[in-house]
Design a binder for this molecule. Structure first.
Ligand SMILES: Cc1ncc(C[n+]2csc(CCOP(=O)(O)OP(=O)(O)O)c2C)c(N)n1
Length: 559
């Protein structure tokens, strides 16, 4: 019997180095899961909710050095659940291939059970939607999807697979993977960049998402460039691991709502080089530094896709290339003669960064200052640890109190979707067994997903999950207080929570409770000592200490 389209699709996935498919089963694609059963090199990870499965695939797309994560979901309801992860992959420029089961071809357009028009539905969260209405093009569709997802500005690509194509005979050969095509810097642009850098007295180098998959050689090259050319390097929002926070050329973390002291100093710069950084709303401090559309200082933007450069900011120089190649090219030129003139500028920025990261915090009256937890975690983090974070104010403590370095991974929804922290931690622990994985999440985000602890148990993964429980959607409480001072807001943000340690235990995880600061050291040490199963650390945190940088006048009373 000739091979079926289902089998051809399975082989095509394997040919694109797919070894894990994150999925929630659906009747619309059992012809594919049946074929995948015969391919031991492709493992199905069966998840509980497509939102979590999607975040797991996004995390995988970050952990595989530029190869796309693969998500398999059913039509209408399955894909609708996964939308949050597609949104993250689209904004975060993360390569993702989403395979979607569709109704049978004979029913197209009738609003058949769970049918949707995916080209319409996904138009603003994908790079492309490829509908495989011609079974003979199924394999070609996979090759195109990977090519598009991984090239230029990476992102999600959907492949829509009607239920009745899988058993068709596949009369075409498998479409082989496309070679990766890299744009490159023109020599004259590199000359100009080198010249601008040589002249600058107070340059800034911001490094971002296009380096997030960089290999150790590239990040080591970045360190050499910083040292030889005397440049301050600032990792951008949610990419803290791109430069060693303890290195004297670390110029301060350019995250969301950066402390004024650091931004004020950065504003004195006479050149900004955004090296693999898209310059989002968060990084540009709401388009104020640099100003959009016309920056207040000379801007060089390096990004692998010319469509992206100039889309928001009007750069002095745009270079459509992999940032790694630009780092190599600058290193090959050797440092300019006068680079030493910048020593004081670099030292000044670094001194501010050091002051901001000092392990000091104020006492709280209503629960643990989460600073204490992050400082304790930092002491236990392995040089190759993976850390994930959900969205919420608790994450500001991670960036203030944990100094990251290359070799470690940091995974989050950079665009700020809640619900990513737990699934990304579980995905990292499944992808890299034996590696230390720590996931941070608030009490709000913990229950937006969280069922992935069951998936961790199923696949023998053992992340440490730290829940910062302040009985509320704290970030939003802070925004209320700032925008409408002296007005009550509790009814809009309060949460009644379970005992999160007991919640973890029900799944089979170890559960640890930290209710006061004196218990932090011991509780965190115990969490890191657990082997072979997940840990949930329930931290009863202060709401008075709203974020790592801000206190509220209204402490809460733990129920
Ligand atoms: C999916 C999603 N829904 C809503 C929001 C808006 N939002 C941003 S932070 C936040 C509160 C987070 O609360 P929690 O997880 O308890 O952390 P905390 O801010 O208290 O530290 C909310 C609701 C979001 N970013 N993502």
């Amino acid at each position: 019997m000739s091979r079926t389209v289902g089998r051809l699709l399975a082989e095509s996935l394997a040919a694109h180095d797919t070894d894990i498919v994150w999925m929630v089963p659906g009747e619309s694609f059992i012809g594919l899961t049946d074929a995948l059963t015969d391919l031991p090199e492709v493992r199905l990870v069966v998840c509980r909710h497509e939102g979590g499965a999607g975040f797991m695939a996004v995390a995988d797309g970050r952990l595989r050095g530029g190869r796309a994560g693969v998500l398999l979901v059913s039509r209408g309801p399955g894909l609708s659940n996964a939308m949050v992860a597609l949104h993250t992959a689209f904004h975060d420029a993360t390569p993702l291939v989403v395979l979607i089961g569709q109704v049978e071809g004979k029913d197209f357009g009738r609003l058949a059970l769970q049918e949707q028009n995916y080209s319409k539905f996904l138009s603003d969260v994908t790079k492309d939607v490829i509908e495989v209405n011609e079974p003979m093009q199924a394999s070609e569709a996979i090759a195109r999807a990977f090519h598009l997802a991984e090239s230029g500005t990476p992102g999600p690509v959907a492949v829509v697979l009607p239920e009745d194509i899988f058993d068709c005979p596949a009369e075409t050969p498998m479409a082989r993977p496309r070679p990766r095509v890299h744009g490159g810097a023109r020599p004259e642009d590199l000359d100009r960049l080198a010249d601008m850098l040589a002249r600058a007295e107070r340059p800034l180098v911001w490094v971002g998402g296009a380096l997030a998959n960089a290999d150790t050689a590239t990040l080591d090259g970045l360190r050499q460039l910083a040292e030889q050319w005397v440049l301050p390097v600032s990792p951008t929002h949610r990419r803290p691991q791109l430069f060693d926070a303890a290195h004297p050329n670390y110029g301060g973390y350019m995250g969301i709502r950066v402390p004024q002291e650091l931004v004020a100093e950065m504003r004195r710069a006479d050149l900004l080089v955004a090296l693999g950084e898209r310059i989002t709303d968060s990084v540009s401090q709401s388009y104020s530094f640099p100003t959009a559309p016309d920056p207040q200082l000379p801007l060089v933007q390096v990004w692998p896709d010319p469509n992206e450069i100039g889309r928001v900011f009007n750069p002095t120089l745009g270079i459509a290339a992999e940032p790694a190649s630009v780092i190599r090219a600058l290193l090959a030129r050797g440092a300019p003669a006068g680079a030493e003139k910048r020593r004081g500028w670099v030292a000044g920025l670094h001194a501010i960064h050091r002051r901001l990261m000092e392990p000091v915090w104020e006492p709280t009256t209503d629960g643990v200052n989460f600073a204490a937890v992050c400082v304790a975690v930092a002491r236990h983090l392995a040089p190759d640890a993976a850390v994930t974070s959900d969205a919420g104010n608790f994450s500001s403590f991670i960036h203030r109190y944990i100094g990251f370095r290359p070799g470690q991974h940091f995974l989050a929804s950079v665009v700020g979707a809640m619900g990513a922290g737990v699934p990304m931690a579980v995905a990292a622990a499944i992808r890299q067994p034996g590696r230390q994985v720590v996931g941070f999440v608030g009490d709000g985000g913990a229950l937006m997903t969280g069922n992935e602890i069951a998936t961790a148990m199923q696949y023998g993964a053992a992340p440490i999950l730290i829940v910062a429980d302040n009985d509320r959607y704290g970030t939003i409480g802070m925004h209320h207080e700032l925008r409408y001072p002296n007005r009550p807001f509790e009814n809009a943000v309060r949460l009644t929570n379970p005992d999160f340690a007991a919640w973890g235990r029900v799944f089979g995880a170890e559960g640890i409770t930290i209710a006061d600061e004196a218990a932090v050291e011991d509780g965190i040490a115990r969490a890191f000592a657990v082997r072979g199963r997940p840990v949930v650390v329930h931290v009863r945190t202060s709401a008075e200490q709203m974020s790592a940088w801000r206190r509220s006048g209204a402490p809460r009373v733990h129920g």
